[in-house]
Design a protein around this ligand. Structure first.
Ligand code: CTP
Ligand code: MG
Length: 231
């Protein structure tokens, strides 16, 4: 099936606090966004890439796409106020309605080829796929500074991107959500809300999202680990 990868990169990186969009931050000498796009460019099952960008970042991202020779990134979409709006804008640019879409955050540069493949191959028989890892911490529901209850850890999963859908399923969910004024923080939540069945597949603890400055130290460690593996 024709597959479009949507890469939301239109945030401001406020928690990262560098003053510019964190996806341009260099790790191991290359911008985070370039790393993500190189992985998707190399993925045989991905046919096109749509990067979602704020107007302020468009020139820098276009230069990056050229410099790193990302031939699949022919189109870019306009960033929205929320991540949901950003993904919705990208979905509007997809011509091939009979296709699969895979969403992957620009802020997760340790995506593996194996995870791309398993995400896309798991779409049969469900309405969406999300990768997840078991929680390491115990999670409590809290209110006003006190514990309400402790959630059972074995029933919880920490989800990440990539997430995959058939185009019509995700587009339909986002059209309805927009009409109803609902905002979801990840793509499967919207599909779930309208009754979709979402399959959970094993993710990877190394597929971190760069969110705060502390994440850079771990990212550098992961890169050095990769370099050693090649030696
Ligand atoms: N994103 C987006 N459009 C938005 C908000 C976020 O495309 N309106 C993208 C970000 O660029 C990022 C991904 O969604 O690649 C995940 O979001 P997050 O890690 O929260 O990034 P930011 O929103 O940039 O960071 P912060 O919340 O700290 O401001
Ligand atoms: Mg955010």
């Amino acid at each position: 099936m024709f597959t479009t990868a949507i890469v939301p990169a239109a945030g401001t990186g406020s928690r990262f606090g560098s003053g510019t969009n964190k996806v341009f931050h260099l790790i191991g000498g290359r911008p985070i966004l370039a790393r993500v796009l190189e992985i998707l460019e190399a993925a045989e099952s991905v046919d096109e890439i749509i990067v979602v960008l704020r107007d302020a970042d468009k020139a820098a991202a276009t230069a990056l796409i050229e410099k790193y020779d990302i031939t699949k990134a022919g189109k870019t979409a306009k960033g929205g106020l929320t991540r949901q709006e950003s993904v919705h804008n990208a979905l509007r640019l997809i011509d091939n309605k009979d296709s699969a879409v895979m969403i992957h955050d620009a802020a997760r540069p340790f995506l593996s080829q194996g995870l791309i493949l398993s995400t896309l191959q798991s779409l049969d028989g469900c309405d969406g796929v999300v990768s997840a890892v078991p929680l390491k911490d115990t999670i409590k529901e809290v209110s006003g500074g006190f514990v309400v209850k402790t959630l059972r850890r074995d029933t919880l999963a920490a989800v990440a991107t990539p997430q995959a859908f058939r185009y019509e399923t995700l587009y339909g969910a986002y059209e309805r959500a927009a009409a109803e004024g609902l905002n979801f923080t990840d793509d499967t939540s919207a599909v779930e809300h309208y009754g979709g069945k979402i399959r959970i597949i094993p993710g990877n603890y190394k597929n971190i999202k760069i969110t705060t400055q502390e994440d850079i130290a771990f990212a550098d460690y992961l890169l050095s680990e990769k370099r050693h593996a090649k030696e």
